[in-house]
Design a binder for this molecule. Structure first.
Ligand code: ADP
Ligand code: 5GP
Length: 189
């Protein structure tokens, strides 16, 4: 049996990666993380082939031209992210459920493409002020990058209603458990 698709989206800094790291090995969820390709540089401790496949802009463009992506977006000006077809196959062909950390436009597109085989979850920050604190607290981005990400947050929050469900990440333990519960119910159904 093929695995299902779990889509997680939120403005940058809300806590998607933190939540995914907490639940990825949860017993019973049988999750595999979708490692996206990106043209940005690694941040902090990130490693090629673990958080992302880090590509040059030229390499990214040639994969677009070759039709290697299920979807891709220029999420920030000059910075592209995309899900490779080979990645969806790698995880789902063995029956594992694919969990994707993907931007709002990509999330809506993937949900449209996979329909009832996909569950889309939007993670909300408690407030924009708290989002800014988290982006600064992460201490991995330049001021310019933080400003770009915050500038996009209100636009991204406008997509929340287009997702199947919404979870507020105020307390990370509670939010992670709520996300795990949504997935548990979805994969059983
Ligand atoms: P995203 O993947 O959505 O960009 P991250 O998972 O990198 O966000 O989280 C951004 C920062 O916020 C990190 O430093 C993380 O430790 C912190 N964080 C995540 N969830 C919470 C929470 N519920 N309360 C306080 N800080 C949080
Ligand atoms: P970050 O640079 O913080 O890791 O990610 C920035 C944004 O890119 C986030 O909104 C994240 O969800 C999104 N993103 C990561 N991978 C993909 C992908 O494969 N496709 C799309 N459309 N967005 C992605």
């Amino acid at each position: 049996m093929k695995g299902k698709i779990i889509i997680l989206s939120a403005p940058s800094g809300t806590g998607k990666s933190t939540i995914i790291n907490r639940i990825i090995n949860h017993p019973g969820l049988n999750l595999g993380f979708s490692i996206s390709a990106t043209s940005r540089n690694p941040r902090g401790e990130e490693q090629d082939g673990r958080e992302y496949y880090f590509l040059s802009s030229e390499e990214f463009a040639s994969k677009v031209a070759a039709g290697d992506f299920v979807e891709w977006e220029e999420v920030y000006p000059g910075t592209c992210y995309g899900t490779l077809k080979s990645e969806v196959e790698r995880v789902t062909s063995g029956g594992r459920n694919l969990i994707m950390d993907i931007d709002v436009k990509g999330g809506v597109n993937v949900k449209r493409c996979y329909g009832d085989d996909a569950l889309s979850i939007f993670i909300l920050p408690p407030s924009l002020e708290e989002l800014e604190r988290r982006l600064r607290g992460r201490a991995t981005d330049t001021e310019e990058t933080i400003a770009k990400r915050l500038g996009k947050a209100e636009y991204e929050l406008g997509f929340a209603e287009r997702y199947d469900c919404r979870i507020v990440n105020d307390d990370v333990d509670r939010a992670s458990e709520e996300v795990a519960e949504l997935i548990r119910n979805f994969i059983k159904g």
